[in-house]
Design a protein around this ligand. Structure first.
Ligand code: ADP
Length: 759
């Protein structure tokens, strides 16, 4: 610092010396002037003036320099010896006095100068500080005004003494108006007024939230804080107040409160809904611990909400299902995906029922799982139904296996075949093979393929029912006889599905054939037996023409032994012989016809001729029994039947009728055989007798081995019925109405009806 100040100080000293020198020089000049003009010897006081001037202008240092220079100049120019610095002794006091006086005056002048200088500087500083204060006040006002809060200052009595721009802008009041009616800004009912009154009284700071009326008359919420400013003595000088507009926060808070209230109401409603919905429902936290179970759930299980919370609910799950349920639930929690599982749950009464547990994750706004919602649905009935279904499926499969019957469904439009296991088994096709119509046709016996194609084609023609037999080729080239029965199942859709069953009737067919053979043999035996019974009649039938032949032969011989034989007589006798021979041959032909084991052959024939042939054969028997025979042939249509079998039926019925009249002695023995046509166009044959009659329910007579005769086999009617039924007809017996005896009838479809049905 000194090194920096030195040049300035030196410069000042230099300047002071120059200034002092200049003034002294002027003073010297003045002295010469006075001397010249006024002839007055200049005095030391002239130089005092110079020193005073120097001291006034440049301070004490320059004044000292001026004093020294003035003494030297005064001595040199004006004190004798002139122009010499030598000082006479008696001048020394004058010069010392001058120096002391000049120094004193210089000191005074310098002091005065300093004081003036200091005053001037002070004045300047004061002015500057006034300016700064005004500036600071303006800045403060601006700052206070620009604060986005309502600032105000109160007198100790609570009257406004300052308000900022924000305050005025909001309230629309000036400071004067505020001082007059500041209190009216608050709502009359607002507790803030009371709080403010209490703060003023107690002198303690206050904080409140209150609505303040704005310039437009509406109220907005403010957070207000007020604190007192005290002087050193603790007396309140003023109150500072700041108010923040919290209207937005209040609105947000109100909205939040509103939303919370709505949320609470919604939750209440949700709970109520959950409690009322007719299912067991629950909610868990994100970690799977149960938080809430609805009233129905609690009512059902009898658990309290506290007991069921967390993992408590698992206590009502069937012990056998717990581990599985636990694992599955953990799996779902880990996968974050909805899922379901079935398990048994204990009811309040201790019974377990099957339930479907279904859970769905509930996600927050960020997509994270915040909990799970779930339901338990009672599926006991469905489970039972499933169990029953499974059982009946097993039964069905077993029944199908035992009965060798398979089932199938065929969606003709989509050509989709669905087969049961037994169907695959019957068809000898690997189960689970996808069956197509082509595959099916490949397995059909080549001779039946066309038939199969026709049957399949009927589906397209809209046929509703199927019943046909078909042969299927087995891998070992053997064939199976199948009977297919199906119908169309309509389930609302147009085409519907064809559902049916196929039966392996290979064995049945073989048994049927064996049965047919046995029955034919039995029928044959029956015919032989019947013929045996009427053998006497037959012998008589044959004997009669034979006796006539013998008699006519003998007559013929007699005619030829005459000397002149009459050839006309001989011819006549021979003609009789031929006629009788033919008659006997005819009887034998009929008997042979009945005795032959001819193959079953259907052809068109008239029932009258069948009846007539049988009657011709047994006519003698009828007459020998004293029976009155009546044949009443109506308009019976021709039928398609086996000639011999039909003869056997008629013969059997007539023989039975004859036998039924054996014991009848008290009334005429009447046998009426009639043919006619019923209302449906079928041919009817009725054999009516006046015998002992049949029981009220004559059905049992048709069972095999039912006989009332000592030597009877009881097979006749049984064979007759099976023959008629095989021809598509019906045989039955009725007691005669109003008179004794019974009538046996059978019907047969007319040949034309059969032909029409076959088309
Ligand atoms: P069978 O003649 O060997 O007894 P059938 O089957 O021909 O066997 O007859 C069974 C039974 O039906 C006879 O025993 C008889 O009791 C009864 N029956 C058959 N025809 C007649 C009829 N016309 N009147 C009364 N009973 C009859």
């Amino acid at each position: 610092m000194p090194s920096r100040l030195q040049p300035r100080a030196l410069a000042k000293v230099g300047l002071d010396c120059v200034f002092a020198g200049a003034v002294v020089a002027i003073t010297v000049a003045g002295g010469f002037g006075l001397q010249a003009l006024l002839a007055v010897a200049p005095s030391a006081s002239l130089f005092s003036c110079g020193v005073m001037y120097v001291a006034w202008r440049r301070g004490i240092a320059a004044a000292v320099a001026a004093i020294v220079m003035a003494i030297l100049a005064f001595d040199y120019f004006f004190l004798p010896p002139l122009h010499s610095f030598a000082i006479r002794a008696h001048d020394v006091p004058q010069l010392v006095f001058f120096a002391a006086a000049a120094l004193f005056v210089a000191y005074l002048c310098d002091s005065n100068r300093r004081i003036n200088h200091a005053r001037r500087r002070l004045e300047l500083e004061l002015r500057a500080s006034h300016r700064r204060v005004a500036e600071a006040q303006r800045e403060l006002q601006q700052t206070v005004d620009s604060i986005p809060a309502m600032l105000s200052v109160y007198r100790p009595d609570g009257i406004h003494s300052l308000v900022n721009r924000t305050w005025m802008d909001y309230t629309g009041l000036s400071l004067e108006e505020a001082a007059r009616k500041g209190g009216t800004l608050f709502h009359p009912d607002d507790p803030e007024r009371e709080t403010w009154r209490q703060a003023l009284a107690s002198g303690r700071p206050m904080a409140a939230e209150a609505p303040i009326r704005g310039a437009d008359g509406t109220f907005q919420w403010f957070s207000i804080r007020r604190a007192p400013l005290r002087d050193a003595g603790g007396r309140i000088q003023k109150w500072f107040s700041i108010g923040f507009n919290i209207e937005d926060r209040k609105i947000a808070e109100d909205a939040l409160r509103d939303r919370e209230a709505r949320l609470a109401a919604t939750e209440r409603e949700l709970r109520l809904t959950l409690d009322l919905i007719p299912t067991l429902a629950w909610r868990t936290a994100a970690d799977g611990l149960a938080e809430y179970l609805n009233q129905r759930w609690l009512d059902y299980t009898g658990l309290s909400l506290e007991a069921a919370r967390g993992w408590g609910w698992i206590s009502v799950v069937h012990p056998d299902d717990r581990a599985q349920l636990h694992d599955r639930w953990q799996e779902m929690l880990a996968s974050h995906k909805p899922g379901e599982i079935e398990a048994r749950m204990r009811r309040l009464d201790g019974n377990y029922r099957w339930f479907l547990f279904r859970a769905e994750p509930h996600r927050g706004n960020g997509g994270e799982i915040v909990g799970w919602y779930g339901t338990n649905t009672d599926i006991e009935d469905r489970k039972r139904a499933e169990f029953e279904l499974q059982r009946s499926r097993l039964y069905l499969a077993e029944a199908q296996k035992l009965s060798k019957t398979g089932s199938f469904a065929w969606d003709a439009a989509a050509d989709r075949h669905q087969w049961s296991d037994e169907t695959y088994q019957i068809a000898a096709i690997e189960p689970a093979t996808v069956v197509t119509t082509d595959l099916l046709l490949q397995r059909i016996h080549p001779d039946d393929r066309l038939k199969m194609i026709n049957e399949l084609g009927r589906a397209k023609d809209g046929a509703e029912a199927w019943d046909y037999e078909i042969r299927m080729l087995m891998p070992d080239q053997s064939s199976k006889q199948l009977r297919v029965v199906a119908h169309r199942l309509h389930r609302g859709d147009e085409a519907g599905e064809i559902v049916g069953a196929l039966m392996d009737i290979t064995e049945t067919r073989r048994a049927q054939e064996a049965l047919n053979a046995a029955r034919n043999a039995l029928a044959h035996a029956g015919r032989i037996a019947t013929l045996g019974e009427i053998s006497a009649t037959i012998a008589h039938e044959v004997n009669q023409p034979l006796a006539a032949i013998v008699a006519n032969g003998q007559a013929c011989l007699r005619f030829l032994d005459r000397p002149a034989p009459n050839l006309d007589d001989v011819r006549g006798a021979v003609e009789w012989i031929v006629k009788d021979g033919n008659r006997a041959a005819e009887v034998i032909r009929r008997v042979r016809g009945l005795m032959t084991k001819a193959e079953f052959e259907r052809r068109q024939l008239g029932l009258e001729s069948v009846v007539a042939e049988v009657v011709a054969l047994i006519q003698n028997e009828i007459h020998s029994q004293g029976i009155v025979l009546r044949c009443d042939f109506g308009a019976a249509p021709p039928v398609m039947a086996d000639h011999v079998q039909l003869q056997q039926v008629v013969l059997n019925l007539i023989v039975n009728a004859i036998e039924a009249m054996h014991q009848v002695v008290d009334r005429p023995r009447m046998l009426t055989i009639s043919t006619s046509c019923d209302t449906a166009g079928r041919a009817i044959v009725a054999v009516e007798d006046s015998g002992i009659g049949v029981p009220d329910d004559p059905q049992a007579l048709f069972d095999p081995f039912v006989s009332t005769k000592p030597n009877g086999l009881g097979m006749g009617l049984s064979i007759c019925r099976s023959i008629i039924e095989e021809h598509g007809g019906r045989l039955w017996a009725t007691a005669n109405a109003g008179h004794p005896g019974a009538t046996f009838r059978f019907t047969l479809a007319s040949a034309t009806e059969l032909a029409r049905a076959a088309e």
